[in-house]
Structures are given as C-alpha cells and as structure tokens.
Design a protein around this ligand. Structure first.
Ligand SMILES: Nc1ncnc2c1ncn2[C@@H]1O[C@H](COP(=O)(O)OP(=O)(O)OP(=O)(O)O)[C@@H](O)[C@H]1O
Length: 263
C-alpha cells in the first residue's frame, strides 16, 4: 500500500446530502486514520448508507468534501476509487459469471498481478468456505455466498480503505468470525475499515472508533472507549438516539468530541 500523502485514509468534512427537499445528512465530519476499524451506527434512515455511497463515489455529494488518502473523491474520482473497496448491503453481482470470473474481473479492473490475485483467492476463499463454489455461476449462489464473494473481491486488490454497509447481515457465524479477523488483518497492515452496523455488540468489540448518527447528524464520535464511557455501547446508543443527544454524550456527559470534527 503506497501512500501518496500522510493524509488520513478517510476525511469527511462538512458533508451534506439531500434528496429533493429532504436533507438526509448535514454538516457531517469525521476522520479515519490508518489502522482504524471505524463503526458507524444509527437508526433506520439515519443517513449511514447515504454517507457510505458518497464515500465510495456511487452518488454525488451536495456540500462539504470527502477525501480518501488526500484525494478528493469529487475532483479525482478514479484515483480515489482505486484506493477503496466497497461491500454494499445488497451484494448485487453479475449472475451470468462464475465466482472465479467475477474475482478475475475485479482483479483485472484493479490491475492486480496474477500471482497476487491467486494468492489472495487461495487465502480468502477457503476461510469463507467458498472455494468449491467458485466454479459455479453466481446465479446459483445464496445471499450469504454472494456476500462472501463480494468480500473476497474487495480484499483482492488490498484496498487502503474498505467500506462495508451492514457486512454481518446474512453471514453464518464462521464467516462472520473470519470477516472480523480479515478486517483486523487489513487494519494491522495499515489499511482502514469503515462500516455501518446495527449489531452493537460487534461494533463494540471490533471497532477502536465509533460514530453515532441521528437524523443525518453525528451525535457522538470518538474512540469506542470514549463514546461508551462506563456504559455499554447499546446503552449509550439508546440514550442518544431516544433523547436527541446532539451536543451531549452518553448519560449527560459532555460529547466525546466536537460535532464539527470527529476523529
Ligand atoms: N434515493 C433516495 N431518494 C430519496 N430519499 C432517500 C434516498 N435514499 C435515502 N433516502 C432518505 O435519506 C434518509 C437516509 O437514508 P439512508 O439509507 O442513508 O439511511 P440508513 O441509515 O442507511 O438506514 P438503514 O439503517 O435503514 O439502512 C432516509 O430518510 C431515506 O428515506
């Protein structure tokens, strides 16, 4: 992973997104550093997918800026996309390909050398119990198998930033366990992970940093220890989401970091 700059892996600054007259996300800022596993939690419709889709460049942004490793995703979208991998909540992959054809297609797009792509497939496919299925058409895959395939496709090009939307939904316990290990390994190699989840126990255990979003605005963010204080993440989440919470942290304590810049 060659770093063009010393910039954070992900920097979101005063991001805003509207759909028609509705502002889905407003004035959202956060920073993800190398080695971070950053959890993004919020109620249904809070704005998680909206931010994620703008980070990975599948929808434009209406205000503020997003940089991946110092590259502006709006000004230089292809360069930013080269550094990112995206695992969407709905793994919509080409049905007519086999799993191996799909992985080869992704590796070709990202110009992954043949030796590297083979080594990564040989490592990740057995861990996710997908090796035998790789020769079969994706049309025959279950939802979970598609999800595993997209995860391998994301890791095949060793992304600087791995962005996942609800990655643990639909995965069996072994695959969920392996995915957590893979996220740790990517972070340990200097990459970073940013993912949304409703599974607060997983976020609490897995993530060194967390942000809570409510109605399009961050109400708490910081290290997981800072955000939860002496409580569980679930307790903090419920209190902040039920009470509105903007400007205060859990249990009436000051917010872990300022609403304008969350690290
Ligand atoms: N394409 C769209 N057109 C209009 N409104 C949208 C669109 N996508 C999202 N929204 C609205 O934007 C807000 C944020 O939606 P978003 O999908 O980002 O939430 P979320 O936090 O990912 O929710 P969930 O946990 O249910 O996946 C919601 O009010 C939603 O109705």
């Amino acid at each position: 992973m060659n770093s063009p700059t010393d910039a954070p892996v992900l920097s979101v600054s005063h991001f805003q997104k509207r759909y028609g007259d509705t502002i889905a996300v407003r004035d959202l800022s956060l920073t993800v550093e190398p080695g971070d596993i950053y959890g993004f939690i919020g109620h249904n419709g809070a704005g998680k997918t909206t931010l994620i889709r703008s980070i990975v460049g599948v929808q434009p942004i209406d205000g503020g800026s997003i940089h991946v490793a110092g590259i502006d995703v709006t000004a230089d979208p292809v360069a930013a996309k080269r550094l990112c991998a995206y695992v969407p909540d709905n793994p919509d992959v080409y049905d007519f390909m086999t799993g191996l054809q799909y992985l080869t297609f992704i590796a070709d797009i990202f110009e992954v050398p043949v030796r590297d792509r083979q080594a990564r497939i040989e490592e990740y496919a057995p861990r996710l119990e997908l090796t035998d299925a790789l020769a079969s058409p994706i049309a025959s895959y279950s939802h979970g198998m598609r999800q595993k395939l997209v995860v391998i496709g994301a890791l095949i090009h060793e992304p600087r930033l791995l962005v996942l939307d609800e990655p643990f939904v639909g995965l069996d316990p072994l695959a969920a366990h392996e995915l957590k290990a893979m996220l740790h390994e990517l972070a340990a190699r200097g990459g970073a992970v940013f993912f949304s989840s409703h599974v607060l126990e997983v976020v609490e255990k897995l993530c060194n940093k967390v942000a809570i979003i409510r109605h399009g605005q961050i109400v708490a963010a910081g290290t997981t220890d800072e955000v939860r204080g002496d409580d569980t993440l679930e307790e903090v989440f419920l209190e902040l989401v039920e009470d509105g919470g903007a400007g205060t942290g859990a249990m009436g304590k000051p917010a872990p970091s300022s609403p304008s810049e969350h690290r």
